[in-house]
Design a protein around this ligand. Structure first.
Ligand code: NAD
Length: 441
């Protein structure tokens, strides 16, 4: 099929490359000319495992090409995926102006029947609004009124495993309001369903939009739940890692997303929890559980700061190294990064902060211009008074702890990801503190 992808960021580029890999002819479009220039010259504008190779393969074969010209992208498209950002607004709702703009632009250029698919994460009712915008725009401009079928096909990929997740989905969800749209999406995903046997949820547009928000809000709830349990564990001397293991063995619970630590970050969970809460309020439901999920998450930074204060007393004047700027391993994405939030809180308290990150150092320098940024963890730790693990990069998990102790002025480490072995850390000479694994001596 001929497919266009509007917005070739973290989701759009992976979607475009994977759809090309599945046998479709794909055009990727972005209004960021520099991004398209990078892609046209063989680069990939962000760190994502397996993506550069896949993009190279499908562009070499001619299955994927890039443009900044919407007319060109739409010319033959049967299905158009909208993958633009929906960043948070100060009031908690998502900023849907980019989605609206795409609707207006598509309405002004399209000259044939097609399906416009929301892949961006949007609240329920967005499909309805988008349909309205397109109709209004076509009537106002006096352009040919063509049938643009708005559909929802939420994305569940994880950054750091995005290509794998897209080609091996747990499920495919799409919501449509016409046979035309449903049949088109069936044909888009037929090769993937054949390849993987992935189950498909076919539903209406509002339900599909809501599945995405409910899924992310539920995953965030699991993380905040185990973090609250960890805070009780710290107070009674229990080990949250074993508690989570014991809970996860129950088939009704399962082991995923029960990792206690510094809390979730990234471009999705914080924003989507807030957006779902915002939508619920707008429609007259007080979803207080989600408020608490967000509050617990932010509170985890204070848990780490308290452990540092217990060890160092005043943080002002101390040098503290944060291991991890990226919000999780496998990506250089810094959006809502717990490590950066922590670094800022430490700076506010008067500490001198250093950040180590193996792939996101350039971005960290841009975000925190006054902070020393390192790509070597031992160099980042030399002469520091304490280290905090904010991202469980393999380079941190496999670090020679003896060398770390030798590098530090005080051998203090707060493991905000519970990713090191407490016994090995203590045997190496560290004063080691985890989240929910017993209290300070
Ligand atoms: P991103 O910022 O990486 O990419 C968005 C892209 O859209 C950018 O390249 C931007 O230049 C482009 N863009 C914006 N307006 C445009 C326009 N009018 N025309 C053409 N291009 C335009 O964002 P992302 O992380 O890919 O997220 C996109 C959406 O997918 C969001 O709604 C997000 O919530 C959702 N999502 C993200 C993830 C993830 O892990 N990042 C996972 C699932 C869903």
């Amino acid at each position: 099929m001929d497919v266009a992808v509007i917005g070739v960021g973290h989701v759009g580029l992976v979607t475009a490359a994977c759809l090309a890999d599945l046998g479709h002819r794909v055009v990727g479009l972005d209004d960021d000319a520099a991004k398209i220039e990078t892609l046209l010259t063989g680069g990939v504008p962000f760190h994502e495992p397996d993506l550069p190779q896949l993009v190279q393969e499908v562009t070499d074969s001619g299955a994927l090409r890039f443009t900044t010209d919407l007319g060109e992208a739409l010319a033959d498209a049967e299905v158009v995926f909208v993958c633009v950002g929906t960043p948070p607004l100060p009031g908690g709702g998502p900023d849907l102006r980019f989605v609206e703009r795409v609707g207006v632009e598509v309405a002004s250029k399209v000259d044939h029947e097609l399906v416009l698919v929301e892949k961006s994460t949007v609240p329920a009712n967005t499909g309805r609004r988008l349909t309205h915008v397109i109709r209004r725009e076509q009537q106002a401009r006096g352009t040919q009124v063509t049938n643009v079928h708005v559909a929802s096909n939420p994305e569940f990929l994880r950054e750091g495993a995005a290509v794998h997740d897209t080609l091996n989905p747990d499920r495919i969800v799409y919501g449509t309001s016409s046979d035309f749209a449903r049949d088109a999406l069936r044909r888009v995903y037929a090769p993937l369903v054949e390849r993987t046997g992935a189950p498909v949820v076919e539903t209406d547009v509002n339900t599909a939009e809501l599945i995405k928000h409910a899924s992310n809000a539920f995953l965030a709830t699991r993380i905040s739940f185990i973090n609250a349990v960890a805070n009780v564990c710290d107070r009674v001397g229990a080990d949250v890692e074993v508690v989570a293991q014991g809970m996860g063995m129950d088939a009704r619970i399962g082991p995923a997303f029960l990792s206690a630590g510094l809390g979730y970050g990234g471009s999705c969970f914080p924003k989507d929890v807030d957006a779902f809460l915002h939508l619920s309020r707008q429609v007259g439901y007080d979803f207080r559980l989600l408020e608490e999920v967000g509050r617990i998450n932010v509170g985890q930074r204070e848990v780490v700061l308290d452990k540092l204060r217990d060890e160092l007393w005043h943080l002002a004047g101390k040098t503290i190294t944060v291991f991890g700027g990226a919000f999780k391993p496998g990506t250089d994405d810094l959006r809502e990064s717990p490590g950066l939030h922590l670094a800022r809180a430490l700076i506010d308290e008067g500490a001198t902060v250093r950040v180590y990150d193996p792939v996101a150092s350039d971005g960290v320098r841009r975000e925190l211009p006054d902070v020393a940024v390192f790509t070597d963890p031992l160099e980042a730790s030399t002469g520091a008074h304490a280290v905090v693990v904010a991202t469980d990069w393999p380079e941190v998990v496999d670090l020679d702890l003896g060398k770390l102790v030798a590098a530090l002025d005080y051998p203090i480490l707060v493991d905000g990801r519970n990713c090191l072995d407490p016994e090995a850390a203590r045997a190496a000479g560290l004063r080691y503190h985890a989240i929910g694994r017993g209290h300070l001596e």
